[in-house]
Design a protein around this ligand. Sequence first.
Ligand code: NAI
Length: 421
Amino acid sequence: MSNQKIIKQGEHLIVPDNPIIPFIEGDGIGKEIWTSVKKITDSAIEKAYKGKRNINWLEVLAGEKAFNKTGTWLPAETMEAFRDYLVGIKGPLTTPVGEGIRSLNVALRQELDLYVCLRPVRWFKGVATPLLQPEKVHVTIFRENTEDIYAGIEWNAGTPEVEKVLRFLKEEMGVAKIRFPETTSIGVKPVSSEGTERLVRAAVQYAIDNRLPSVTLVHKGNIMKFTEGGFKKWGYALAEREFGDKVFTAEKFKKIENEQGVDAAVKYYDDAISKGKVFIKDVIADAFLQNTLLKPEEYSVIATLNLNGDYISDQLAAMVGGIGIAPGGNINYKTGHAIFEATHGTAPDIAGQNKANPCSVLLSAVMMLEYLGWKEAGELITRALENMFQNGIATNDLARFMKNGISLSTTEFSEELIKRL
Ligand code: NAI
């Protein structure tokens, strides 16, 4: 078995030709989608590597299926499998109500310290969009996954706990700015240099590896000086310190402009561009959201904190066809652990009707293949999908908005896609 395990050796992921990869089918539409994604992925791997490579899928349980079979929502064996086999994939999971677990997805991310939420966003020709020039959107979002106001450190208004925190803030920290202390809930926003650095490091490395032009740090440092402002400051410093002459920064550009004048700054910029260096810049989050609509071509790789990243991912996904086809991955680049996943939910309203769109999980599988270094198989799927959408062939959720769209069931869609691999 051990030679079927993916392992991390130093900087590198060592992937055997027949790796064991755990998967969670998912609740609701998960089953239909997974059946289709597995078939397409296996066919693409077979086509690309002619039997030299294949995936040994290992089903692990989570969500409703796990609860019905084992009485727990997230069995210990499932966590163990992801820890042991390093790379896995999952469908959507029902969020248990009143179980003491906020979300199974969050539990998995926290347990494996998957600090990057990776969301590539691109437009597929043929897919309906509210934009006039959707082909200009091509970004990869690195969202910090473990810190920020999302860390879940909060106290409810009116509880003895919040009173204690408010007393501490007032009496020991001299905080006098809380407008309505009697009825206030409090949340804490931790942002560290370590958390920032590992996220920005991953984003810059990704830009260098994929020859992308820029990394933009998106933040609200103008208002939240030490947390979001810290993210910007630590991000720039990390890029300059660790990536040296592979990058150039907007901060350095401004410094040269101030000290030596605009001509010298432009020379610095042109020289860096001619050498193919990655431009590190930053933008305030609200301006960024406007710019994504007005001039999306200015952005390539995005590095941002948890809450901003949540909004940004969904807005950008909506701009190119909705979260129904947006893929995602949660990754710890240090340990190699990664779980690729659907970005939509379990869609209980259409579950069991063979209409669900498998593309979010399918494109997540493509991300997984890229992560494994099996790019050829991933490209076969992407090209087949491009071909389908260009011809207006899709599941109903997308086809109904396409010009002369042809609406297929989940199974018909996957069969058609396999034919076009
Ligand atoms: P949802 O994403 O399941 O559904 C929203 C709408 O989008 C529905 O009309 C649904 O039919 C449609 N839709 C979603 N995925 C689709 C697909 N692949 N093909 C065609 N149509 C699709 O969000 P909702 O209804 O808010 O949540 C349902 C359940 O899913 C809840 O228990 C929620 O907690 C869970 N959830 C799980 C997520 C995950 O595991 N990553 C993410 C979001 C929600």
